[in-house]
Ligand binder design. Structure first.
Ligand code: MRU
Length: 348
């Protein structure tokens, strides 16, 4: 079995695997307009920080085509509006803004509308292709860091379907399979949207990786009784000091890792770092609709009128993170160490 590609760009057409239908249906849908892209992102048809960035980049390339034939000044005005529109889809994953900003950089250097439209498409394809290699590298680094630890717990879905390919937190499991290293993965179901139960379980099964699903409140008992040797998670935004926003429920796992004295790893590309903010206190946390909590699928589980708090992410403080695994190597979640990474990236 192999894993289907979550995002496809074929002859100027964008197709995504509709993740809201998984695991029961494997269906690709075409996103024809920038509005389709926006809706797909907010409805979680496409999700996961890198995948959101890639899809938004294609969204801008699609939007640009509307302006064929207009003068370059009007083009700049219109595409800036489109940029703001897509940037308003989801607030927490910084990869969205990183990808859109990278697309807008292309525009700055060109003076013909037609040339800019072509270059935007090329840049979106580049962002997409690069992500696969970045995730493969994260997987290699994670494999060496895990160094024989086979029983690993994760949350949400930071896998192939959340990226260009391989994923971040799930990359060592996919790569391990290719190299004959067999992991036993425990996946937290990840209420309220069930990315762990629906998506991670499905994706790892497609790769023939041994995966066991637990409900979120079983984590401590599972670590204690099943000999979990490490926890690995993805990230939506990492602040300058290493504080990390990821799917709601991640922070409590880091606290548990600390209690049980097992390593807690964050796996993320450089595009997930936000060096413009000092700490996790500056990360905007998305709050989503009450229905995600009051319902499981179409079925309401709470009494009518129940009050709901539904933050989609939490921030794990840097002191609880053993290491951050990137495509450029493994780093301590420490302001000074991460500053070196930032400088190296900026070529300072
Ligand atoms: O709300 P989601 O499903 O987009 O949240 C996704 C996560 O929190 C992932 O762990 C994170 O984006 C990393 S994906 C490689």
């Amino acid at each position: 079995m192999s894993i289907p590609t979550p995002i496809e760009w074929q002859e100027g057409r964008l197709k995504i695997l509709d993740q809201t239908l998984l695991p029961h249906q494997t269906r690709w849908i075409e996103l024809e307009t920038i509005e389709d892209v926006f809706e797909a992102i907010i409805q979680l048809k496409v999700r996961g920080a890198p995948a959101i960035g890639i899809t938004a980049a294609y969204g801008l390339a699609i939007a640009a085509k509307k302006y064929e034939g207009v003068d370059i000044e009007t083009f700049h005005l219109r595409i800036h509006e489109d940029y703001l529109y897509l940037a308003g889809s989801r607030p927490t994953a910084v990869n969205l803004f990183w990808a859109l900003d990278r697309m807008m950089k292309v525009i700055e250097t060109l003076y013909s509308t037609e040339e800019t439209i072509i270059s935007l498409e090329q840049e979106a394809k580049k962002i997409h292709q690069e992500d696969e290699e970045i995730c493969r590298q994260i997987g290699e680094n994670a494999l060496s860091l895990l160094n024989g630890r086979k029983k690993v717990l994760t949350i949400c879905n930071a896998g192939t379907i959340a990226t260009g390919k391989y994923g971040t937190a799930l990359a060592p499991f996919h790569l391990g399979k290719e190299k004959g290293v067999d992991f036993q993965v425990y996946a937290c179901e990840t209420r309220p949207v069930l990315q762990g139960a629906r998506l991670t379980a499905w994706e790892l099964q497609q790769s023939n990786v041994d995966v066991t699903v637990i409900t979120d409140n079983m984590a401590a008992h599972t670590i204690a009784t099943k000999g979990i040797e490490a926890i690995i998670v993805g990230a939506d935004r990492i602040a300058s000091n290493g504080d990390t926003a990821n799917k709601i429920g991640t922070w409590q796992l880091a606290i548990l890792a600390n209690y049980f004295q097992i390593p807690f790893y964050v796996a993320a590309p450089l595009s997930t770092f936000d060096f413009s903010i000092a700490s996790g206190a500056d990360i905007p946390i998305e709050e989503r609709l009450a229905e995600e909590v009051t319902h499981i699928g179409p079925n309401q589980i709470t009494p009518e009128g129940t009050k709901v708090f539904n933050p989609a992410f939490d921030v794990t403080t840097a002191n609880l993170i053993t290491a951050i695994i990137t495509e450029k190597g493994i780093f301590e979640a420490d302001r000074n160490k991460l500053a070196q990474l930032n400088k190296a990236e900026e070529g300072v």
